[in-house]
Design a protein. Structure first.
Length: 131
């Protein structure tokens, strides 16, 4: 396969997608990390992004409409949704010390053989430490 047409499989957690969607400080880095990637995501992602948007709208009520548009735009991305075995997720969270939320991204990355992209230091540490 030509490297110019290569698309990599990645799992991006809410920290990365929110940075990009809401034009946060690390937005450019997020876009660069996800460029030309096929994104595999846990079914939890829309809820996490909606919660981030809700917090932003509470802090800046005058931007509520813009925040909603940004949320809708990121959620219109062509994600590949990956169901997770919740018992296995529970065990992974216990073993790793991650929340079940963060462990869901790790579980998807391991399940589909994708790279994990996160700005969360704790999740990054578990990811780089390996199984």
């Amino acid at each position: 396969m030509n490297s110019a047409t290569h698309v990599s499989a990645k799992v991006a957690d809410a920290s990365v997608l929110a940075a990009m969607a809401f034009r946060e400080r690390r937005a450019d880095e997020a876009m660069s990390l996800l460029h030309r990637a096929t994104l595999y995501e846990p079914l939890l992602l829309p809820f996490e992004l909606a919660n981030i948007a809700w917090k932003k709208a509470r802090r800046e009520p005058s931007r509520t409409s813009a925040i909603l548009r940004q949320l809708e735009r990121v959620l219109s991305t062509s994600f590949i949704w990956v169901p997770i075995d919740h018992s296995a997720l529970f065990e992974l969270a216990l073993r790793s010390g991650l929340t079940a939320y963060d462990a869901s991204y790790l579980a998807v990355a391991r399940q589909v053989g994708a790279s994990l992209v996160t700005f969360d230091q704790g999740l990054e540490a578990v990811w780089t430490a390996g199984p």
